[in-house]
Design a protein around this ligand. Structure first.
Ligand code: PLP
Length: 398
């Protein structure tokens, strides 16, 4: 058998399984202690009523001969593309053509599957620490990966450099796991760099809805020149609680060309050949997100997570504890106490406060010495965790 040997280069992803195993073992030894997970990378609020109603109505339609839907258009129903187009126009002042919007089952598959349209043996730049899917999907296809460190030395927001010269550049903004966000001026530097060096930017905007400051970018197409060099991948997972429903969209501008070849056409061809589209009820639910009642309800959930995240950052601020993120992102990237590794601090927080965090080193070597906390738990649990966290960190301040 001839398998893809690149798969043998992938180590098992131990991060979340190790967190789960350590947490289970600690809970078994301390059955009466309530643990609080600030490691959650999933939403916890239920879907808002207008979205559930849209799902229900669409399911009812599927049960009637007159309104039943079989295979839909592979790249998404026109009415959902229209809703996304108007979302971009009204909230970002970005004009898109519906043909540029390709509906998908989420950002994870798209950031990985997009590699199908590029040549073999590409050089790919991405940050360290990084959302692990970029790394793993590029190892699978055998691309050469160049890691660009995102550390305190560059405020966790690396800018273009010789090291970043690559065919493909992944940017995640706001970033997972650090929670930081580029300004428009910084993003413009990446756009200019990509155009100068004939690179394509794969811009992951999964957390754009968490950006609060209108001066910060929520789409790369707010930057002049981006239509010529960037693909934007977006998701309704964190924006609207779709982690279990599965829907997102990828924007491939018609201006984006490799010579005379349209990348939009390549991606449409790839999707129509290998994907049969997102289910009708889920696309109806997605369209409801962009309705006025849906959007109001979605905002309520986003504010809920943002308030939780603010509880964490206020706790750290009160101790003058070093961290970044947490303002335009549900993620807070927290420095471990002096001398502790990510896993040592994970163990320390678990055993001394009953708090579960995510060790930063799980996102890459440069994540060592940090942990990631999230605002995705309930407010009551987050508030309790903050009291415990404050108590634990105060000891290191003495
Ligand atoms: N991109 C980033 C940066 C993420 O953090 C995540 C999920 O955690 C995803 C993409 C996946 O999104 P989806 O649920 O749409 O596949």
């Amino acid at each position: 058998m001839k398998i893809n040997r690149n798969y043998c280069r992938l180590t098992d992803n131990y991060l979340f399984s190790t967190i789960a195993a350590k947490t289970r073992a600690y809970q078994a030894a301390h059955p009466h202690q309530a643990l609080i997970k600030l490691s959650i990378g999933d939403v916890s609020r239920p879907l808002p009523t207008p979205i559930v109603q849209a799902l229900r109505n669409a399911s009812d339609e599927m049960g009637q001969a007159r309104t039943f839907h079989g295979y839909g258009p592979e790249t998404g129903y026109p009415w959902l593309k229209t809703a996304v187009k108007s979302y971009y126009q009204t909230t970002k002042n970005v004009t898109l053509d519906p043909t540029e919007i390709i509906i998908s089952d989420g950002a994870k598959s798209d950031v990985a599957n997009l590699l199908d349209i590029f040549a073999p043996h590409c050089t790919v730049a991405m940050t360290d620490p990084v959302y692990p899917v970029y790394w793993e999907s590029n190892v699978m296809v055998g691309h050469k990966i160049k890691l660009i460190k995102a550390t305190a030395a560059n405020q966790f927001l690396p800018l273009p450099s010789r090291r970043a010269r690559a065919d493909i550049i992944y940017l995640c903004n706001p970033a997972n796991p650090t929670g930081v966000c580029y300004t428009r001026e910084q993003l413009k530097k990446w756009v200019d760099f990509a155009r100068k060096h004939d690179a394509v930017i794969l811009y992951d905007a999964a957390y754009e809805a968490f950006v609060r400051d209108p001066a910060l970018p929520t789409s790369i197409y707010q930057i002049e020149g981006a239509r010529q060099c960037a693909i934007e991948i977006c998701s309704l997972s964190k924006t609207a609680g779709f982690t279990g429903l599965r829907c997102g969209y990828t924007i491939v501008p018609n201006d984006l060309k490799a010579g005379t070849v349209s990348l939009n056409r390549c991606w449409q061809r790839r999707q129509t050949a290998k994907f049969n589209g997102v289910s009708y009820p889920v696309q109806k639910a997605a369209a409801a997100v962009f309705s006025s009642t849906g959007w109001t309800a979605v905002q309520r959930n986003l504010r809920y997570y943002q308030r939780n995240t603010a509880l964490i950052t206020q706790t750290l601020d009160a101790l003058a504890w070093p961290y970044v993120g947490g303002v335009h992102s549900p993620y807070v990237w927290v420095r471990c106490p002096a001398g502790q590794t990510s896993w040592q601090f994970f163990d320390y927080l678990l055993t001394n406060a009953g708090i579960v965090c995510t060790p930063g080193v799980g996102f890459g070597k440069a994540g060592e010495g940090y942990v990631r906390l999230t605002g995705f738990n309930t407010t009551a649990q987050t508030r309790r965790a903050c009291q415990l966290l404050s108590h634990v960190l105060t000891k290191f301040r003495k």
